[in-house]
Design a protein around this ligand. Structure first.
Ligand SMILES: [Zn+2]
Ligand SMILES: [Zn+2]
Length: 132
C-alpha cells in the first residue's frame, strides 16, 4: 500500500491527501516567498496524480511571476501550493501537512535574497540562487 500523507489549510476549507514518498523539502528564501509568507517557503513536491484536493474551489491561484501560480486558501489565507505552468507536478507547503509529517529539509535556495533577521541553522546545502 502506498504511503499516505494528509494536510490542509488553517481553517479546514482545503484538505489534501498525497500518496507515495514525499520529496525532501526545498526552502526558498527569495523575496516573493518572503513577502507571501513573512519568512520563507518550505515545500515538498509530488506528481499531480499523487495529490487529491478536497475543497479545491477554495484555492485561489496568485501569479507572483510568469510561469507559476501560488495557491492559497481564499478563506483563511494559508499558503498551500506552488504550481509551475505546464508541469505535471506540484509543490505543497511543508507546514500544511498534519504532524508528524516525516519531512526533512533538503536544500535552501535563493539564500542571497534571505531576510536579515534570521539565520539558516541546519546542515542542508545553501545556494545563492536556484540549484541549477
Ligand atoms: Zn483555509
Ligand atoms: Zn521563493
Amino acid at each position: 500500500m502506498d504511503m499516505v500523507h494528509t494536510g490542509g489549510c488553517r481553517c479546514g476549507a482545503v484538505r489534501f491527501e498525497t500518496r507515495g514518498v514525499l520529496r525532501e523539502v526545498v526552502a526558498c528564501h527569495c523575496s516573493q516567498c518572503r513577502r507571501q509568507t513573512g519568512l520563507h517557503y518550505a515545500a515538498t513536491n509530488v506528481s499531480d496524480d499523487r495529490l487529491d484536493v478536497e475543497g479545491a474551489d477554495n484555492v485561489t491561484l496568485y501569479r507572483a511571476s510568469d510561469g507559476a501560480g501560488r495557491g492559497f486558501c481564499r478563506v483563511c489565507g494559508s499558503a498551500l501550493f506552488w504550481k509551475a505552468d505546464g508541469r505535471d507536478d506540484i509543490s505543497i507547503m511543508a507546514g500544511s501537512f498534519d504532524q508528524p509529517s516525516g519531512l526533512t529539509i533538503g536544500v535552501h535556495i535563493f539564500c542571497a535574497d534571505k531576510a536579515d533577521f534570521y539565520e539558516i541553522s541546519d546542515d542542508a546545502p545553501q545556494f545563492a540562487g536556484s540549484t541549477s
